[in-house]
Ligand binder design. Sequence first.
Ligand SMILES: NC(=O)c1ccc[n+]([C@@H]2O[C@H](COP(=O)([O-])OP(=O)(O)OC[C@H]3O[C@@H](n4cnc5c(N)ncnc54)[C@H](OP(=O)(O)O)[C@@H]3O)[C@@H](O)[C@H]2O)c1
Length: 184
Amino acid sequence: LTIEESVCRMGLDYIDLYLIHWPNPSQGQFVEAWEALFEARERGLVKHIGVSNFLPGHIDLLIRDTGVAPAVNQVELHPYFQQHEQLAYDNAHGIITEAWSPLGRANQMLRDPDLKRIAAKHGISVVQTILRWHLQYGDVAIPKSLNPERQRQNLDLTAFELDDQDMADIAAMDNPEGHTFGQN
Ligand SMILES: NC(=O)c1ccc[n+]([C@@H]2O[C@H](COP(=O)([O-])OP(=O)(O)OC[C@H]3O[C@@H](n4cnc5c(N)ncnc54)[C@H](OP(=O)(O)O)[C@@H]3O)[C@@H](O)[C@H]2O)c1
């Protein structure tokens, strides 16, 4: 019913991709919620279904109990928090990893001296450097901007490429505790 209402309120015929925001494990209902999304898909209300903030153990349970893996897992991921294990798990299960806060919410990462150096080397902005890194790293970044000029810049990522040294320098920025403040 909630999905039907969302489709109606947005004035759409269907939703391309619908995600469960997080597993909320203390409630123990995420498998049930996952099964509800099958019905929405069967009814044509959504085309693809996925999850967000699910750890491998949560996805293991979805697959064990329903045999269906999510199309997408949306997690926090950026150069300061690279989520190697989650990405490897998602890849092994055919799940697209989508990166939320891909720019670290425009925090100090945008002033990182190494990212500035790589950006200057290619004549691009730090934000383009980070978004191009996401593309080559293998996730799908969803940067948010209210500014149309920035939105255009954030899509302009195909005329340049980071080299192996750039990728290695950014790999070295990873920090298992590097998630954005207050968003764990
Ligand atoms: N599933 C989840 O649990 C979860 C959690 C958090 C976020 N999200 C989603 O992830 C998406 C993005 O995450 P986010 O908004 O937290 O962080 P983000 O995309 O990493 O950063 C957004 C910030 O970057 C700035 N920005 C964007 N493009 C820029 C550019 N070219 N130059 C300079 N600054 C730029 C924006 O400012 P302006 O708007 O002023 O350009 C904004 O302050 C959102 O759609 C959000 O809903 C999901």
